[in-house]
Design a protein around this ligand. Structure first.
Ligand code: XIL
Length: 327
């Protein structure tokens, strides 16, 4: 890695995080993480399919490894995620050949949440308790996941209650994508407002911010942060990346250099907004420290993408310079 560069974490007024996986705790990726980031989020290792593949069988070796890594490096650790419709084994929602009852589902959720949050008590300081529960195209704004179909809003209430009991000091988040778009923003806003009014222990809202080089404008990100500020909740950017593609089908053999410059301008605009709202935003996490490890190389299709701050050789991109030296 380039050792003479200014550290990202010293250039911003909030925690600067990255997603990472076990392989990235070794070698040059680990050096890059340690130099530039003071926050980390395990990318997959704390999801349900990784942590409880069969009922009551907790497989936490990878999670332990990543949490130990973050702790040893003095990093703030985000836990991702306790209840999600994706990367969750089918058994969670089943009772033999039938669907699980609401009672059974919530009892499994309680065991799962209590086990994970207790395990990492005092080490993981923020949890994405529920992930992607909003669907702005439903009349009530709630995603028709198996969680919702079986348990309604009670799965959200239970997950937050149990997480809070297990570690009262952990900050508990509701996390979602597309929160920068007005309809999704308002659906999430209404949900958080309702749950807070009920006394559900929600501390914050996580904005994933999977963006692209054109859309949406930084002003809509800013409008979202300002909207949630009126609820008095903490906010974090949890999964930032800026795809060089504006659709789900195009594919480059090599990335046109001008797109990387354009991407730098996008990152600058975004970090200008984040810096202006540092009082509302306690951390900003990019979804990977370097392009070679980005999930956008396999989603939504397999293609060359370059959405992050460092390239495949872990060299600083225009986007990095836009963040450390936005002038
Ligand atoms: C992604 C991981 O990065 C991939 O490795 C995995 O194959 C799929 O999930 N929203 C989320 C994250 O909340 O958990 C997702 O992470 C990216 C989209």
């Amino acid at each position: 890695i380039e050792t003479g560069l200014p550290a990202l974490k010293d250039a911003v007024p909030f925690t600067m995080g990255s997603a990472f996986t076990r392989a990235e705790t070794l070698g040059v990726h680990s050096e890059l993480l340690a130099k530039h980031f003071n926050g980390v989020t395990p990318g997959n290792e704390l999801k349900w399919d990784a942590t409880e593949p069969r009922e009551g069988e907790f497989t936490l070796a990878d999670g332990d490894h990543l949490v130990d890594y973050g702790t040893r490096h003095g990093m703030t650790i985000r836990g991702h995620t306790l209840a999600w419709h994706s990367q969750t084994p089918d058994w969670v929602f089943a009772d033999g050949a039938a669907a699980a009852s609401k009672e059974l589902l919530l009892q499994r959720l309680e065991t799962h949440v209590r086990t994970l949050v207790t395990r990492y008590k005092g080490k993981i300081s923020a949890w994405d308790v529920v992930n992607e529960v909003v669907d702005e195209n439903q009349p009530d704004g709630l995603r028709r996941s198996k969680w919702y179909q079986i348990a309604g809003l009670d799965f959200i209430r239970t997950a937050f209650r149990v997480a809070h009991e297990a570690d009262p000091a952990a900050k508990l988040f509701i996390n979602d994508y597309n929160t920068e778009f007005p309809r999704k923003r308002e659906a999430l806003y209404a949900l958080v407002k309702r749950l807070k009014a009920e006394g559900v222990p929600i501390d914050g809202v996580g904005h994933q911010l999977h963006l692209n080089i054109e859309q949406p404008p930084a002003s809509s990100v800013e409008a979202t942060i300002e909207r949630f500020a009126t609820l008095g909740v903490d906010q974090q950017v949890t999964e930032l990346d800026v795809s060089v593609y504006t659709d789900f089908v195009s594919s480059y053999d090599s990335i046109p250099p001008e797109l990387l410059v354009q991407q730098g301008h996008r990152y600058k605009e975004l970090f200008d907004v984040f810096r202006r709202h540092a009082a509302q935003l306690s951390s900003v996490t990019v979804w990977g420290e370097s392009d070679d490890v980005s999930w956008l190389r396999s989603w939504p299709i397999t293609r060359l993408n370059a959405p992050l701050l460092f390239d495949d050789d872990l060299q600083a991109k225009p986007a990095y310079w836009a963040v450390v030296d936005p002038a």
